[in-house]
Write a protein that binds this ligand. Structure first.
Ligand SMILES: NC(=O)c1ccc[n+]([C@@H]2O[C@H](COP(=O)([O-])OP(=O)(O)OC[C@H]3O[C@@H](n4cnc5c(N)ncnc54)[C@H](OP(=O)(O)O)[C@@H]3O)[C@@H](O)[C@H]2O)c1
Length: 348
């Protein structure tokens, strides 16, 4: 058995980065030994889905069981389908807005639902609502007998003062703006199918996954590296290594319930934008300047329940900070998709 508590000192290539993000926990390998049926990842071709699919395939292989992993997307980037095939994931091209096409997907007992729309909401609000509420209806209708881990966001909660601590799952959602409201809509549609069809659902409220190619840390570090001021109007954040998020999402298949229950997923640290930026300044050997002062509130979530279920994330925030600084210094690629973590108006 590999030692999962050790991580590379630094990450030097995309192959090594993907392998690190796709490393399954021993608990995930164990879960694959008893999880019944195949797995389909809907909306796989985005920032997270491909390495999540790879983590599933690796866990299945290490468990020595026979199970297929399907990856469903439109494949706007056709290369993503080849990447999936090479990794042992079966790509299926499908537009999830097409109800008839969704009805024809293989009826896998395990669904990870990742499709959604955030950026570009301003001006095309109808498309965001369609993606975030009509698509879940198609999936809810087609997969009534499956377990569904439905990706959601911590932005369904209200902004809170840092002195209050993060929102746990007992806090009533109170989303700001159309995107966050449509994400609550997505949750409500899945909850409706869970209540009426008995579908087991976990509403996976994720706050900022960290890759080295995108994420809040990458956004802060890029600003410093390029000599731009760091926007700290939202002064604190929670985040977790995407490899941990991938493991938590797959492990959540074992915690799907009817009626649907929410699960906050993020790291244990309440990170200060100021302190993280200053740390990057030292690691990158660059001066740090800021735009304004931290505002009174931030999106902060308490993921204690997930930590109790799955243990603390295996990779500490400070490790990801060091990896990110090394990655940027060596010219590591960016996806060019900023998170806009500094937005508190709900407008994306
Ligand atoms: N990454 C984070 O830090 C984070 C934080 C909070 C919540 N989330 C949520 O977690 C989920 C996954 O995150 P992500 O960052 O991987 O999202 P992402 O980059 O937006 O990827 C989602 C993928 O879904 C596919 N998709 C979109 N519309 C589709 C349609 N009509 N039919 C089929 N596939 C479609 C797209 O691939 P094609 O264009 O190839 O179809 C897209 O790349 C999202 O719902 C996101 O809102 C993510």
């Amino acid at each position: 058995m590999k030692n999962y508590c050790t991580h590379p000192k630094t990450i030097t290539s995309e192959a090594e980065l993907d392998a690190t993000l796709a490393r399954p926990y021993p608990e995930l390998v164990n879960m694959m030994k008893h999880l019944e049926g195949d797995i389909a990842i809907l909306g796989i071709a985005g920032k997270m889905g491909i390495t999540l699919g790879m983590a599933a395939v690796n866990a299945i292989r290490e468990a020595g069981v026979n199970k297929k992993v399907f990856g469903v997307s439109r494949f706007s980037d056709p290369a993503a389908a080849d990447t999936l095939s090479t990794a042992g994931i079966e790509p299926i091209r499908c537009d999830l807005l097409d109800r008839a096409a969704v009805a024809k997907l293989p009826k896998t007992p395990n669904i990870i639902f990742m499709a959604g729309r955030k950026f570009g909401t301003g001006g095309e609000e109808d498309l965001t609502w369609a993606m975030n509420t009509i698509v879940p209806a198609h999936v809810g209708e087609a997969f009534g007998s499956s377990r569904i881990v439905a990706f959601s966001t911590g932005c369904v909660y209200p902004l809170v003062p840092v002195t209050r601590g993060g929102c746990n799952e007992d806090v009533t959602p109170d989303p700001i703006g159309e995107y966050s409201s449509s994400c609550l809509g997505r949750e409500r549609v899945f909850a409706y199918y869970s209540r009426t069809l008995g579908t087991r659902v976990c509403l996976f409220r994720l706050n900022y996954a960290l890759d080295l190619r995108y994420g809040v840390l990458r956004d802060i570090a890029d600003a410093i590296w390029e000599g731009r001021p760091v926007n700290r109007s939202v002064g604190w954040f929670n985040a977790l290594w995407q490899g941990d998020a991938n493991n938590h999402a797959l492990l959540a298949l074992d915690h799907c319930t009817a009626p649907a229950t929410p699960l906050n997923v993020t790291g244990p640290e309440t990170a200060s934008v100021t302190a993280v930026a200053e740390r990057f300044g030292r690691l990158l050997d660059k001066p740090v300047t800021f735009n304004g002062d931290p505002g009174p509130v931030a999106y902060l979530n308490d993921a204690s329940r997930a930590h109790r279920l799955f243990g603390y994330p295996r990779v500490a925030l400070d490790t990801v900070i060091e990896w990110t600084a090394d990655w940027i210094k060596s010219g590591g690629r960016s996806l060019g998709k900023p998170t806009h973590f500094e937005v508190s108006s709900g407008k994306f």
